[in-house]
Design a binder for this molecule. Structure first.
Ligand SMILES: Cc1ncc(C[n+]2csc(CCOP(=O)(O)OP(=O)(O)O)c2C)c(N)n1
Ligand SMILES: [Mg+2]
Length: 533
């Protein structure tokens, strides 16, 4: 007999799933029956939140859904935070869990791992959460999940298998071929209108978000055709080449870019929420668009949030950009165009006015000199906040972190592990703070076990530095922020990692050069000279 749990694994394998993140329990062992010999690699984290963050990092790099196998109850409450992070950043994730027997659901009898209503709890951090009441439903529900990943706004999906369903026979089911859901295309008349308004404009501005992550070439051609200075969200970083004359980076919360947004007569925003963590990290509500706003988004509701559009186009980003390009006059990259001059003026102003990040710029230059292809997966810490402003990279999916959206501390270490598993040939640098790393530190053991060679760059200022600064600025006596920080080097070595404290920039470079490919290396950097003033 093939059980439902076994069949599920076969179906996932047929749909190109190559990695599963999970911690087995008595409730999920039936999912594990089919795994050995399936060709699917199983990665065991040390906490379900780690599983979720690993799946998130894996998905952001591979573009494929990160898949997790999670136990009923505590496993699901543990992973809920990671699902919240993925939900906020529109990351595809498939969470398969167990749940108690169908006839026991909602009883409150105190069965092992019982929650009052697990499905309802998880539904708040998922595109949908479904209880599989019969084996027969499985093909449809999986197809729905992949329709979200392929053709909709990607988000976590949760499917729970009651214990009496997971063990039931699936002999009557056959593995289905994957039918890729179509991506929504734009309406021709809306594209015509948009192209007309954009052509007539004098001062265009392009706002690009993570929804465009698959379209670096189309984004560049659109920016050039529009001759529009282009701002990227954190999740869109790398979508314009670093040296592009129209690039103004990810500085939408800073006055020079805000002025540009106010002066623009037509603003085209594609695949971006226009959300707070990209456009208003100073929390003053002053990112304003005075001209006409044209929005493109795969999510119809999202088109109406934060800034109301004059023209709303519900479409996949790539399809909309290609359609627009057909209606716009061709223009080549030109360093002397009026758009390039406007972008250059903004870049100059940013460089002149925001000099406080010079030491971070030096740090990143020093890293990129040794590892020019590196990918940076960050937490919520000083190197991340500053890097969001000062780092530009060639190519997308190379800079993401937990300073956006949900903003969960502890994300950066496990997400880096997932990122490295998705593309093992590219160096991955996990940017962590001494506070954030303590949330998920045991995942170092998972990385050692799975032979994942990530580089953890630990910025140590002995406390929740950012929060301390906020307290001081608001005249609140700092409390709860000067935390005890352990000896990270000894701990990391205890987990089986290599670990060193960088003495200076040259030493850091030599450590980076010798980082092993199959074992984590933790490099501690003190927030003190020579790395900080
Ligand atoms: C799960 C979670 N708890 C609390 C916070 C609030 N928070 C945001 S940044 C921060 C400080 C983090 O300290 P550290 O990682 O050392 O970074 P630093 O600011 O010192 O560079 C805290 C506590 C959060 N973002 N996420
Ligand atoms: Mg700190």
């Amino acid at each position: 007999m093939t059980t439902c749990g076994e069949f599920l694994v076969k179906q996932l394998q047929a749909w190109d799933v190559d990695t599963v993140f999970g911690i087995p329990g008595v409730h999920t062992i039936e999912l594990y029956r089919g795994l050995p010999g399936s060709g699917i690699r199983h990665i065991t984290p040390r906490h379900e939140q780690g599983a979720g963050f690993m799946a998130d990092g894996y998905a952001r790099v591979s573009g494929k859904p990160g898949v997790c196998f999670i136990i009923t109850g505590p496993g699901m409450t543990n992973i809920a935070t990671a699902m919240g992070q993925a939900y906020a950043d529109s990351i595809p994730m498939l969470v398969i869990s167990s749940v108690n027997e169908r006839e026991r659901l909602g009883r409150g009898n105190g069965y092992l791992h019982e929650l009052p209503d697990q499905r309802a709890l998880v539904a708040g951090v998922a595109a949908f959460s479904h209880t599989l009441m019969s084996v027969d439903e499985l093909p449809d529900v999986l197809a729905r999940a992949f329709a979200v990943f392929d053709g909709g706004r990607p988000r976590p999906v949760h499917i729970e298998l009651p214990l009496d369903v997971i063990t039931a026979s699936a002999d009557h089911l056959s593995v289905q071929p994957r039918v890729t859901a179509p991506r929504p295309a734009p309406q021709a008349d809306l594209i015509r209108q948009a192209a007309q308004h954009l052509s007539q404009a004098q001062r265009r501005l392009l706002l690009i978000g993570g929804g465009c992550v698959n379209e670096p070439d189309a984004v560049r051609r659109l920016a050039e055709a529009l001759d529009a200075p282009t701002a990227l969200t954190i999740n869109a970083k790398g979508l314009l080449p670093t040296a592009h004359p129209l690039l103004i980076g990810s500085n939408q919360s800073l006055p020079p870019v805000r002025q540009l947004a106010q002066d623009a007569d037509v603003v085209l925003a594609i695949g971006t929420e226009l959300g707070e963590t990209d456009y208003d990290v100073v929390f003053d509500g002053n990112f304003r668009i005075s001209g006409e706003l044209i929005r493109v988004d795969i999510d119809a509701e999202q088109l109406q949030r934060n800034h109301a559009p004059a023209l709303a186009i519900n479409s996949d980003a790539g399809l909309a950009i290609e359609a627009l390009l057909k209606q716009l006059p061709q223009r080549e990259r030109d360093e002397h165009s009026s758009g390039a001059k406007r972008a250059c003026a903004v870049r100059q102003q940013l460089a002149d006015e925001f000099t406080g990040w010079a030491h971070y710029r030096r740090l990143f230059d020093c890293i990129l000199e040794v590892l020019p292809e590196a990918r940076f997966v960050g937490d919520s810490t000083q190197t991340v906040y500053s890097g969001n402003h000062v780092v530009e990279l060639d190519g997308p999916r190379r800079w993401f972190n937990a300073s956006t959206g949900y903003g969960t501390l502890g994300y950066g270490l496990p997400a880096a592990i997932g990122a490295r598993l998705a593309e093992p040939t590219r160096p991955v640098i996990s940017l962590m703070g001494d506070g954030g790393i303590q949330f998920t530190l045991p995942e170092l053991a998972s990385a050692v076990e799975a032979r994942v060679g990530i580089i953890v760059l630990l910025w140590n200022n002995q406390g929740y530095g950012e929060i301390k600064r906020y307290m001081e600025r608001r005249d609140i006596t700092p409390l709860g922020v000067d935390i005890y920080t352990p000896d990270f080097l000894t701990i990391a070595r205890g987990f089986g990692c290599l670990a060193e404290r960088a003495r200076d920039h040259a030493h850091l470079q030599s450590l980076l050069r010798e980082a092993p490919s199959d074992r984590p290396l933790l490099i501690e950097i003190a927030e003190a000279p020579p790395f900080a003033p």
